[in-house]
Write a protein that binds this ligand. Structure first.
Ligand SMILES: [Zn+2]
Length: 369
């Protein structure tokens, strides 16, 4: 599961030699891809758990039960999040994100801009959980993406092809030409959400040369490979967790310290009965919020051995996202230590019991005060 066995061994030896473990201070997480679910039911607890996992910025995804398709809906939702955070005395900021689809109008986008909403998200129709308002025809989106470019609204895309004729293993890779067309035909900033297929890396690097291409990667795609996820519904997510060579290549990409690569956790809570089902297919999403920094540290352990590496870790988990969204510095620092901890099996989230991805598994790091 870990690449850097030499460094790991070295790390362990060092711990033994010094007799005590080194506390590492890292920036609070900027997580521009977070699922807050329904305001009245679950959002308050989800904000608290994200805070405990180390975040101070959350970008709520607009695929709520009633999707956030307008400036008004998005503003009401984000205001609700702010109120819930305030009620719990949590210092948390939110990035408002509107859903974009074939029906999005120029008029609505100008309203968004006026309301300070400068991020939009495209979902592929029915390819993932809660995507009934997603896009069927990419071609029709070129005009919408163009408008976003004109208005300075960043376009975040769940790049998996909605045509189910394309098999799961290929449906992210096959979006490369779609992304290329968006970049060539518009002036918009494009964010490829939760990149998982390492075959895309050479093209991502080429796209990044435009200065208008950005990539988010989740902690779970960095920490686990297909074998780790196989047979475990708690790790079932979109895009699928890929084989070890992909995970390996994503970790290396993060280590390259590109300013266009940032964490987007896609931490998505589902009630236990939506995961362990007897009919149909389980809901997709990995719940990683309460231990997000530990999972990142576990996956990127190779970086946390040196001062330079810790800077790269902070860039990926926090600073690149803050710069991109113009959000200033982290509001707090989080203490972590290279002492094993175990992922809590489940959490109470409003009326739900939510099981963690990687429940009961050991992570290399623990939180420390
Ligand atoms: Zn998501």
């Amino acid at each position: 599961m870990h690449l850097h066995t030499e460094e790991e061994r070295y790390g362990r030896k060092k711990e033994r030699n010094t007799g005590r473990l080194r506390r590492i201070l890292v920036d609070a997480i900027c997580n521009p891809h977070w699922h807050g679910r329904e305001l009245a039911e679950t959002t308050g607890d989800l904000i608290l758990l994200a805070y405990l996992g180390g975040a101070d910025i959350l970008g709520p995804m607009p695929n709520t039960k009633i999707p956030l398709l307008t400036a008004r809906d998005t503003t009401v939702y984000v205001e609700g999040c702010r109120r819930l955070a305030l009620r719990r005395k949590l210092r948390m900021r939110f990035i408002p994100i509107v859903m974009l689809n074939e029906d999005t109008t120029y008029g609505e986008l100008t309203k968004c801009k006026k309301a300070g909403i400068v991020d939009g998200k495209i979902y592929p129709y029915l390819r993932t959980t809660r995507s009934a308002h997603g896009v069927k025809h990419w071609g029709k989106m070129i005009q919408v993406v163009k408008w976003c470019g004109e208005l300075g609204i960043k376009v975040h895309v769940h790049f998996e092809h909605p045509d189910l004729g394309y098999i799961d293993r290929e449906c992210e890779y096959l979006c490369l030409p779609v992304c290329q067309i968006f970049l060539e035909e518009t002036d918009a900033i494009i964010v490829w959400e939760h990149g998982s297929d390492s075959r895309c890396i050479p093209m991502w690097k080429k796209f990044a040369k435009t200065g208008r291409f950005f990539l988010t990667i989740t902690a779970h795609h960095l920490a686990w490979n297909e074998d780790d996820a196989s047979g475990d519904v708690r790790k079932r997510c979109r895009p699928l967790i890929k084989p070890e060579p992909d995970r390996n290549a994503l970790v290396y990409l993060v280590c390259e310290d590109c300013d266009w690569v940032m964490l987007g956790a896609d931490d998505a809570a589902h009630p236990v009965d939506a995961k362990h089902i007897h009919d149909g297919k389980c809901a997709c999403g990995d719940f990683t919020s309460p231990f997000l920094h530990l999972l990142c540290a576990h996956a990127l352990d190779c970086l946390l051995q040196t001062k330079r590496g810790i800077t790269i870790y902070n860039n990926f988990t926090s600073r690149n996202g803050r710069r991109f969204h113009k959000l200033g510095k982290a509001s707090r620092q989080i203490g972590i230590i290279r002492r094993p901890s175990r992922i809590q099996p489940s959490y109470k989230v409003g009326p739900w019991i939510v099981e963690s991805a990687g429940a009961k598994e050991e992570l290399l790091y623990s939180f420390t005060s």
